[in-house]
Structure formats: C-alpha cells, structure tokens
Design a protein around this ligand. Structure first.
Ligand code: BGC
Length: 764
C-alpha cells in the first residue's frame, strides 16, 4: 500500500505545532498529543515497517569513528530500523537522519543510543565512585554535562543509570551502580535521571541537550548468585521489594524514558519474559509510560534459559511480556511478522510497542527537526569543554575515600626531594577512565603519575617503578621497587585492579588485591623504614585488604575517577583537598565473608562471644570497613541527637537534629548519616537502614546542627500481606559518621497501623 505523502506531511505539521506548546509538568512522552500522533502514524504503517521501528541495530567501530553496518543505509531507506546503538557524530547522524526522513516511505526519524555511563568524552568517576561522594547535586551535575556532550554528538538516549543493588562485590558490575544500599541507590538513580534528561519528570525532554535516561537492568540483576555475571537470581519477594526494586522505582518516578530488562531470571522467570515485572510492577504499580528495551541478546537467550524452543518463540514471549525494542537480536524483525500472519501473535501487541516508540520520537521533537541533535557547532563547543573537565575534577575529589591515616601520614609535603611511585597502576591512564569510557581517550586522562607530576612541579624527583604486574605472580620487579623505596623521601604505592577487571563479564572469585601486588607492598613497606608510605587503591568493587589495612600507614580508595583521576588523587595526597567520600559498599575482611552488608536482617542469634550465635569461628563478625565509612584530615564529633517529638502518629513527620563539630584542626566536609531501626515489627527487619544524609562543610572548631525530616515513607515496611505500612511501636534513630559509629535515641509511633500502599502484585 502506498501512503499519500501529504498525509505524512500533515502529521509532521501537527508535530511542529505541538512542539512549540509550553512545557507542562507532565513528561512530553505521555502527552495526549504524543498519543494521538503515534496513533495517526501507526495507522499508516505496514507490519514490516512497524517491526522495523522496534529494531535497534548495533553500529560498528572503525578508525574513523562508528558507522552503521554495511547495508545499513538500505535498511534505513526500507524502514527496517528504528534505532542505532553506538552510532554517533553530529555530521554522520545528520546524514543518517536525512536518509531516514527523506528517503524512507514514512520518513520516521531514527533514535541514536549509546552507553554513556559516566561521561562521553570528558569522563567522570565511575558510578560506584560517584555514589561514594554522597553528593546527589554533584552527581546530577556530572550527568547534566555528560548529556550536553553526548547530545552534541547526535545521541538521544543513554543506557544509564544502572541502578542494580549489589551485595556481592565478586560481581564485576558492582562498579556500574551505587552499591549496596536501596536509599543511597534511589537518591543516586533519581539524580542521574534528572541530570541526563535536564530536569525531573522528563519535563525537558525535547530540548536538544536532554539525553533520554534508561534505567537498567530490570530487575535485580545485581542479585546474581555467587556474584557470577548473568547468573540466576534467587530472592524472596520481600527482599526484592525492600532492597532491589526501590532504585528502579526512584528512576521511573524521576521520569526515566526507558527501562532495560535484565539478563537474569528471578525464581525461574527470565526478566525478558516477565509480564509481572514489565506490566504488573512497572506499568501498573509504578505508572511507567516510556519504552522497554531488551538487553543485548537477552531475547534470544531465552532459548538457553530453555523457556523457548526457538528464537521466534522467545520473540513472542518478550513482546507479549512488554519488551518494546529488540536490542541487537533482530528477532522481532526476522520472525514476528510470520507469527502475526500465522495467528500466533496479535498485531495489537506489536502496535502497542510501536506506539510507545513513536511517542518517544515525537516527544524529542524529531518529527519537527530530525537534525536538532546533529549540530557540528555544539559538538565543537562541548567536546571536552574546560568547564566539564573542571567539574569532573571536583566530582573526582569528592569520590575519594580515605580508609586509613596513621600518625597523620597524609597529607604529604609538596617540597619533598623525591617520591617513589611504585605499582602497576601508577601510570595507567586507561584504567583511570573506568570500564565504560564512551568516547573518552587515555591520552586525555591524567594518570596518578601525571597528576602528581603536575602537583609537585619539576623540582621533585619522581622515581617511577612498576614493581609487579596487576594480576600475575611475577616478582622480578621487586628489587627495583625496593631500591626506589629506600632512596625516596616518601612512597606512593598504586595498587588494585585494572579497569577491565570489573564491569560486565568481569566477576572475580576472590576480591583480594590480585597477583603479586600485596607481596610487593610487603617488600616495599619493609624497605621504606619510617618514611611515609601511602597506598593508593584503584578498583571497581569492594576489595578485601586485610594485610594492607594492618600494615600500611595510609590507604586512599580512589576507584576509577575519569579524566581527572591523577589530578584529584594529587589534590588529596598533598592536602589541597581534604577527603570526604564514604564507602557505598561494605569492605569485607576476606572474600569468604561475602555476602556482608550493613542492613542485614535481625537474626535470632546475633553474633557475640558465645558459641551458638551467627558467625564464623575464624573471623570477627564485623567488616574491615563498614558501609558509609571514610576518614578526613580532620575529625568530627556527633552529639546532642534530638527529636521534635518523642511520640508521633504513623502519618506524622518528625524532625531529627544532631550537632556535628569539626573537632580537628583543618577545615573539612563531612557526610552526616541518619539510620533508623523499627524496634519490633510484624516481620524481621534490617538492623538499621539509611534514611538520610547530608554533606556539610565545617571550619576547625565549628559546630553545625544538621536536621533531617522523616515521614511515613521512611518508617514504612512491607507487612505479612506485603502491604506498605507504618506500624506503631518504638523506633531507634542513629546518627553518625558511618553505619557503625553512631549515637542513638528513640521515639514512638502511636495509634493504628497506617497503610500506605495495597499488597504488591502477586509474583507469577
Ligand atoms: C549490557 C548493557 C548495555 C548493553 C549495550 C549489554 O551487554 O548488559 O548494560 O547497555 O550491552 O551496550
């Protein structure tokens, strides 16, 4: 059937009009106009064109930048592709949009998507490190600048934020999220969505610097058994709702346009076929109006899960469950038309998915101006913009966590005669960028060596020795390391993991520092005598560092900090910045302590010194470093924890105030943390849960009263019927500098149970 062109032009004209309409508080994706527009385009489409809109095809990297695969232009002309993944560049996306909107029958523009996780060309700290800043304003700002850079290169959509809660640091993808805590994870999820999309609720979608956010991986991908990537997830519904789902919900409520389904199954149901997750929870309970995309190959993998005999059947399962876009599989395009024609799939199911995709394209304003993101001048202006690098440096500093500082080893003096810089990661700019560096370049990234060199200037002698490889047992470099350590005035040991030892498909069975690095540290510490030795860790997960924690005088956790890694590390080492980051994950003593997380449930036999309690006989029951832990060059004292009322009703709110004093002698930032415990509840609840935090700056001797306001949602739990309720009884409030080091008080909730939400939809 040929569509008369004037019809399409009229639709496009309608789009033009509506895009000049004033912004409402509602996401443009869900506007009545978007729905009407999608319907009217859908009415013109053949089944093959519809399935074309649901196809997301990967690009291919070439020395001249990413291109569509050979034959890609012909696919666009034929209306057989709705989106490209990993294809960007202002000029190139302009040309592809020209083909789509001038040479295809229906002239539907393309969507360009990419993994822009923590920066596009300017690289910010990896998400786990950003979470360590406990600074959602900074995290939002980093995402905002990232969006500005990425959209200037023609991109519309990023596969971020990744918000999977991870309680097992063996899982390599822990680096991509905010760690173990649902509250911190939710705050960071929402901050990133607002940053990418340029505001809350998607209100700015349609601006040419708003990058569509894609919360992933839905759901509970971080619960992979044994920390092995892509593994099954065994969870109770209670833990799923209490711990794993909140960050996805926060991202959806913040207006994320996309959700990506996860590779794992939960209780035998692969997420790509879970209408419980994608309909009952996501759309019906949370009101999600955007688009669901599969994860790479995730539809076809249902054959290997053995819930589908063929990829065609897998495609039917996925689209029926609510997966709209087929990322990379090509299964929808290859097999769903036949399924519809054979009566095995209703075309109405395809139509619903296509409508959602069309609404997104409409909301972006691409029908009005397909080239609005393909602007060479913006690309030139924003790529690695100086203000982006400067902000990345601030974000990087805030993410650094000081783990140990005996006898004020740090900060180091800048006027030392010589510094030995030892370790396999000391000059590794590639690792400094982290595992999802988008279009970032090592040549534009400061290694620790480069950062220290810039900080101390040419008069300080830097003796750089690798000492050992990262992950093999070789010790041949130890002799040179010993010589360097004995010659220099101070030693900086840069140890940990390369960037490719965390993130996707990078699980490790042991989270100890790999290879011969600990032995290297041992030998260096032995030769350094009384001179200052600082261990700088680079890694993408919690590490177990029992020997370093015992023997090294100072330890600085730096994760992978992006373009300004080395500069930020030098700022901390020489005291130009007083470290203030806090651990977003518990650091176990040894791998065998996993899973260990601060908000574990109350057991019947909490560990103590007696025999029949819950503990290992060969280990203390505490972690090496608890959640929320991080030192400063100053100290902070907490006192006078007080409440606005000793008793409240379940629907009331409560003000909690604590005094925080800088009890040391330098200015510093502190992250004051608030935890709650429901003392007696109808179900066994966590021993404590984070409910608030605030970053404050204090001069030496200064005291600040920090105030938190909590309401019913902070007090709520899922009761035995899985209703969200506030139950009467006492609650303990904890405030402090980390999850273990706290002061506490109590208040009481009186009156009847308050029901905030009906039972969760039944899992099926
Ligand atoms: C990952 C996703 C990513 C996608 C596209 C998958 O393998 O699991 O997180 O967004 O690839 O690169």
């Amino acid at each position: 059937m040929r569509i008369p062109l004037p019809v399409v032009s009229a639709l496009v004209a309608a789009a033009v009009c509506s895009n000049v309409a004033p912004m409402s508080a509602q996401s443009p994706i869900a506007s009545a106009r978007a729905y009407r527009f999608a319907d009217s385009v859908l009415a013109l489409m053949t089944l093959d064109e519809k399935l074309g809109q649901l196809a997301q095809t990967p690009g291919r990297g070439t020395p001249n930048g990413p291109l569509v695969p050979v034959g890609g232009e012909a696919l666009i002309r034929a209306g057989r592709v709705g989106s490209y993944l990993g294809v960007f560049g202002a000029e190139y996306t302009h040309e592809l949009q020209r083909i789509a909107t001038q040479e295809s029958r229906l002239k539907i523009p393309l969507l360009f998507a990419f993994d822009v996780i923590h920066g596009f060309r300017t690289i910010y700290p990896v998400p786990l490190a950003q979470a360590a800043s406990f600074d959602p304003v900074r995290v939002e700002y980093s995402a905002r600048q990232t969006a500005i850079e990425a959209t200037a290169h023609g991109l519309h959509w990023t596969f971020a934020p990744m918000v999977d809660i991870a309680r097992d640091p063996r899982w390599g993808r822990i680096v991509e999220g905010a760690g173990e805590d649902p509250y911190l994870g939710s705050v960071m999820a929402a901050a990133q969505v607002r940053g990418f999309q340029g505001g809350a609720n998607g209100v700015n979608i349609g601006a040419n610097d708003a990058l569509l956010a894609n919360v992933k991986h839905f759901a509970a991908y971080g619960g992979a058994e044994g920390g092995r990537d892509y593994n099954s997830v065994e969870l109770t519904e209670r833990t799923l709702w209490e711990t794993y789902l909140p960050p996805y919900e926060a991202a959806v409520k913040a207006g994320a346009a996309f959700v990506m389904s996860s590779f794992n199954d939960i209780g035998g149901i692969p997420a790509h076929s879970s209408d419980w997750l994608l309909q009952d929870v996501l759309r019906n309970r949370w009101g999600f109006k955007g688009v669901v995309v599969s994860d790479w190959g995730g539809i076809g993998e249902m054959v290997k899960h053995r819930v589908a005999a063929t990829t065609g059947e897998a495609g039917i399962l996925a689209i029926r469950a609510g997966v709209d876009f087929d990322m990379s599989d090509g299964i929808y395009a290859d097999s769903l038309a036949a399924a519809v024609r054979a009566g095995r799939l209703s075309e109405a199911v395809v139509d619903s998915a296509v409508r959602r995709v069309l609404r997104i394209k409409y909301a972006l304003g691409l029908f009005q101006d397909p080239y609005k993101f393909s602007d060479v001048a913006r690309e030139r202006r924003y790529t690695l913009a100086p203000e982006h690098r400067a902000a990345s440096r601030i974000a990087a500093r805030e993410a650094i966590v000081l783990l140990k500082n005996s006898n004020k080893t740090l900060p180091l003096r800048k006027n030392l005669r010589s510094i030995a810089l030892i370790g396999p990661l000391a000059d590794d700019a590639r690792s400094a960028m982290g595992n999802w560096p988008a279009d970032g370049r090592s040549s534009e990234t400061l290694s620790v060596l480069a950062g220290i060199r810039a900080a101390v200037g040419p008069s300080v002698q830097l003796i750089q020795v690798r000492g050992s490889p990262v992950d093999t047992a070789d010790t041949t470099g130890f002799a040179a390391a010993r010589t360097a350590a004995s010659q220099a005035d101070a030693v900086v040991l840069v140890l940990g993991e390369r960037e490719d030892m965390s993130a996707e498909a990078e699980s490790r069975s042991s989270i100890e520092v790999p290879g011969s690095q600990v032995a290297l540290a041992r030998t260096v510490l032995g030769f350094a005598g009384s001179k200052p030795v600082v261990v700088v860790l680079m890694n993408g997960r919690a590490l177990a560092i029992p020997e370093l924690a015992r023997e090294a005088p100072a330890i600085v956790e730096t994760w992978f900090l992006g373009s300004e890694h080395g500069g930020a590390v030098a700022d901390v080492l020489f005291g130009d910045y007083n470290p203030s980051g806090k651990l977003p994950v518990t650091f176990p003593r040894v791998t065998g302590q996993i899973p260990i997380y601060y908000n574990h449930r109350s057991t019947g036999r909490p560990p103590d010194s007696t025999k029949y309690t819950s503990k290992y006989n060969d280990l203390p029951s505490t972690p090496q470093f608890p959640f929320g832990y991080g030192l400063s060059y100053t100290t902070f004292a907490y006192s006078n924890l007080r409440l606005s009322a000793a008793k409240i009703s379940a629907s009331d709110s409560l003000t909690i105030t604590v005094d925080v004093r800088n009890s040391g002698d330098v200015a510093g930032d502190e992250v004051a943390q608030l935890y709650l415990r429901d003392d007696v509840a109808s179900v066994a609840e966590p021993v404590k849960s984070l409910k608030g935090f605030q970053r404050i700056s204090l001069r030496p001797g200064e005291t600040r009263s920090v105030t938190f306001r909590i309401g019913p949602s902070s007090l709520a739990l899922y009761d035995r019927q899985m209703r969200r309720v506030v139950e009467p009884g006492t609650f303990t409030v904890y405030a402090g500098t980390n999850s273990a080091d706290v002061i506490s008080t109590q208040f009481e909730v009186t009156g009847p149970v308050l029901v905030l939400a009906p039972p969760t939809p039944r899992f099926h």
